[in-house]
Design a protein around this ligand. Sequence first.
Ligand code: HEC
Ligand SMILES: [Cu+2]
Length: 389
Amino acid sequence: MSPRIPISTEVKSLEMTKSQSVMSRLLRLLPLLLGSMLIASCASGRIDPTDPVGDNAKQIDGIMRLSGYMAAAVGLFVAGAVITAIVKFRERPTDDPNELPKQIHGNRKAELTWTLIPVFMLVFLAIVTIPTVFDLSSKSDGRTIKVEGQQWWWQFSYDVDEDGVSDIVTANEIVIPVGEEINLDIRSNDVIHSFWIPQLNGKRDAVPGRVHSWRISSPVPGIFYGECTEFCGLSHANMQMRAVVLTDEDYDEWVREQLTPANIPAAAAAKSGYDLFGRHCVSCHVINGVYESAADGNANLTSGYAPNLTHLMTRTSFAGAIFELYEEDGSVNIADLKEWIRNAPGQKPSRPENRQGMISFAETLSDKELDDLVTYLMTLGGPPPLMPS
Ligand code: HEC
Ligand SMILES: [Cu+2]
């Protein structure tokens, strides 16, 4: 056995400065670390995965907590063992520097213990998790709503028949009655998106060419916030959605309103906006009852490319739920709505030249025309039964 080489005092002092400089370098990184934690924590206050409300979300949260506690127990045990070893087996001044402690290489009992305990823990977690995974994607006997993701907004269709025709089509806000397990058929019209309203359930991908089942429910009325969680291009961060959970009476009332088609408005400004809509907007947007087929306006009407605006004002938000449609005092957020129509790509990054998002009308429409369009849009139903608080 070779004797230990004594460390010279010179080397020791060198090591000291080295470890000191590592420490000071780490300390310099501290503001960066704290700063990024701060930014991460205020990213989106309304989207809260730590506060489950729906049964499905609670189920997931239970497993998250269980595995978190188990990981914490393992972490504490390992840290405790390391600290014990460091303290108990440290080199003491009286020790013979050449003497090795008792070697226990190949201790079968110890190795079996630290192999089997983690195996049991993982098997236990699998037994808890796997049935939940299947359970969450099974269908309930509640109603089914078709969910379509596209760059960069969500469409929800109710009562879809065999021909794919739906009675109610809405955008970005899925309205459901309280206490009912709602089935979702999640699809994508372009790239992969992911549907996630954390207080109601976990994430479910929207994959082109596939239909993924999912469920959401809430035992209490309210507005729950979510966002697309699969990177889907330029405005991925602006592809949010809301679940609006209503009491049975409010929900029935909402359905009745959604089934009512729009009329041609009588008042002058709104009528002018209506005419402008027929000239500039119907190539993309459908309004049931007035602009719902190619014959109503533009020959290249591409229904499904843009949100159905029939009941725009019954929503609380627009454009991927990134803008509020109403002010806190309950009045319409006219400023943002007008600015959106004037120059949508300036409000939300998009690529209309590539059929991704709404075109700009900054060069096409005058200020008066924009006002008339907003006045017309304000006749399209509303106000919503529940407002964000
Ligand atoms: C080239 C197609 C196209 C034309 C033309 C068009 N839009 Fe849009 N519009 C869209 C798309 C796509 C969206 C969804 C954009 C998003 O959320 O990113 C949209 C969104 C909207 C919204 C928000 C709806 C919601 O619920 O989120 C309003 C309001 C709107 N458009 C009004 C108009 C008006 C008014 C006109 C005519 C002056 C018009 N649009 C012309 C494609 C178009
Ligand atoms: Cu997306």
